[in-house]
Design a protein around this ligand. Structure first.
Ligand code: HEC
Ligand code: HEC
Ligand code: HEC
Ligand code: HEC
Ligand code: HEC
Ligand code: HEC
Length: 362
């Protein structure tokens, strides 16, 4: 399912069966669009609060999260081994659950969402747009429609969106007046967290949705003999800060790259220290403004990278490949639990699953 383009760039797309149909991938012309940062420049004042994370270690024993490791900010991304190559060997344990994994399927072929497409083409004004839709992004809170851009490694985002059926009633379209393809939004504001191998200079990605590289990094194939050579393997005891950098590279939805000024990390490669270039405000005031899901994430990040409390990381509670968080019930009650529970683990706060995100625009 991987397509090698002439420049040696690769596109991995979904399952092996769908890719063959998609041979006409992106055009090979790379486009440098350096003007993007303008969107964010005006927000420089807001950005200053982010200094909290980059401050030097202080007298209260707070760590300087930027003080270890290295990064790829402004550097070239490695030519990584793609998911279909990994799955050729890992087809027994990882293969069966991967197509359904929410990371992998966050952006998927539009024909997998016939109802959403049906609704989109109902207004007469939308039928011509619906015809061009190739991918759907999102799930419970909002669906967005996408098509390949004329430029290499980019996607166009339809202005109209869909709110799936839920507490507020049946599925409905929003922003459906004057539908148009937004040609810059995905590259400038979304790509870094919703696709793989994004180069901040060109704003292009090498694979749609999230591939193994996003978490396991630039994999050494010698790991078959010695699994300590691969990030997140059982035989490695990856430091908590390394794990927080990996998961935080997408799950911190309130940060910004210092160098690129984009709302996603600058050429992050798992193993890097995310916090050398990525600024995020983890003050109580900033965390308190977010929804409970983002709150527990930011709090966990702060505990590890600022307070040096490494007892819990994302992986203490979440198993990515099983898509399960049952592990979380095994820990002793502590501060982080009260972002969702009401002081007793038997009860959940009424708003614990309330979702909203400024960066994701829902
Ligand atoms: C900093 C990384 C980051 C950026 C930038 C980002 N997203 Fe997201 N987005 C995420 C993560 C992580 C989630 C999953 C949140 C969760 O499950 O709680 C998400 C979830 C979503 C969802 C909700 C899915 C659902 O139905 O629950 C939508 C829709 C979405 N993003 C769209 C976008 C769009 C459109 C953009 C660009 C305008 C964007 N995102 C930019 C990281 C990001
Ligand atoms: C969103 C992050 C993420 C992505 C993407 C991801 N993994 Fe993993 N993987 C993990 C984590 C974290 C672990 C460690 C086990 C755990 O706690 O879930 C892991 C463990 C594994 C293991 C060992 C599991 C075991 O129980 O033996 C294999 C093999 C693996 N991953 C392969 C892959 C392959 C192949 C892909 C791509 C198709 C992939 N992973 C994509 C996060 C990820
Ligand atoms: C040539 C076959 C092959 C390829 C290609 C391959 N692996 Fe592996 N991988 C293995 C073998 C063999 C092991 C060691 C036995 C095991 O744990 O499954 C292993 C181990 C692992 C582990 C550690 C499992 C543990 O015990 O925790 C992870 C994680 C992993 N591979 C991920 C990947 C990812 C991600 C890719 C693609 C970038 C990949 N592998 C490509 C064969 C392969
Ligand atoms: C490349 C971006 C990216 C990285 C890296 C990433 N995630 Fe995610 N993650 C997402 C997006 C996007 C979603 C939303 C999927 C959805 O709502 O369908 C998600 C969903 C999740 C979910 C909810 C869905 C589920 O399967 O349970 C959990 C939990 C999660 N991620 C944990 C992690 C952990 C732990 C790590 C680090 C090992 C990690 N993620 C790394 C982007 C990322
Ligand atoms: C103390 C345990 C704990 C820690 C630590 C933790 N989480 Fe969670 N997280 C949970 C629980 C429990 C849920 C709710 C799970 C559910 O929906 O069933 C959750 C929900 C989520 C969701 C939304 C799941 C969904 O279904 O949409 C995401 C995304 C997520 N966590 C990511 C992370 C990331 C990334 C980290 C590390 C920075 C992290 N979590 C740290 C326990 C934890
Ligand atoms: C991000 C939200 C979230 C966080 C943080 C969280 N929980 Fe939960 N917890 C849930 C949800 C949702 C459930 C019910 C579904 C499930 O088990 O995943 C739950 C269920 C439980 C249950 C089972 C309760 C029952 O009646 O069966 C226990 C025990 C529990 N959590 C303990 C904890 C502890 C201890 C912590 C802190 C270390 C914690 N939780 C942190 C969301 C969360």
């Amino acid at each position: 399912m991987t397509l090698r383009l002439s420049r040696g760039k690769r596109f991995a797309l979904f399952s092996c069966s769908t890719i063959r149909k998609s041979a006409r991938v992106f055009s090979t012309t790379a486009r440098i669009c350096g003007s993007v940062a303008n969107v964010w420049r005006g927000a420089a004042a807001w950005f200053m609060v982010g200094a909290v994370l980059s401050a030097a270690a202080d007298s209260q024993g707070k760590l300087n999260p930027a003080a270890w490791g290295s990064d790829h900010a402004g550097k070239a991304l490695p030519e990584y081994v793609t998911g279909d190559e990994c799955l050729f060997c890992h087809r027994v344990k990882i293969g069966p659950s991967w197509p359904k994994n929410r990371h992998q399927s966050f952006i998927r072929q539009a024909n997998l969402e016939p109802e959403a497409l049906g609704l989109l083409k109902t207004p007469e004004t939308h039928a011509p747009f619906a015809k061009l839709v190739e991918f759907v992004l999102g799930r419970t809170n909002q669906l967005r429609f996408l098509k390949r851009s004329d430029s290499y490694g980019e996607l166009d985002l339809l202005s109209t969106r869909l709110h799936p059926a839920g507490q507020k009633g049946g599925s409905r379209l929003a922003d459906f007046r004057a539908p148009h393809w937004e040609t810059e939004t995905f590259a400038n504001q979304c790509a870094g967290c919703h696709s793989t191998g994004v180069d901040s200079r060109t704003k292009t990605f090498s694979a749609i949705s999230i591939d193994c590289f996003s978490c396991h990094g630039d994999v050494d194939l010698d790991h078959t003999e010695d699994t300590t050579k691969i990030l997140l393997a059982k035989t490695r005891d990856d430091p908590a800060r390394v794990v927080m950098s990996i998961c935080g590279s997408c799950h911190i939805r309130t940060g910004r790259s210092r160098a690129s000024e984009l709302p996603f990390p600058n050429n992050f490669v798992p193993g890097d220290n995310l916090f050398r270039d990525f600024d995020v405000d983890v003050s109580d005031a900033a965390i308190g403004k977010e929804s409970p899901i983002d709150r527990h994430i930011l709090r966990n990040i702060r505990d590890v990278v600022i307070s040096g409390d490494e007892e819990l990381t994302c992986l203490s509670c979440h198993n990515v490949h099983l898509g399960s968080s049952l592990l979380h019930q095994e820990h002793r009650p502590r501060e982080i639990c009260w972002t969702c529970h009401d002081g007793r683990v038997k009860t959940l706060l009424p708003n614990w699953s309330k979702a909203a995100s400024a960066v994701c625009d829902y």
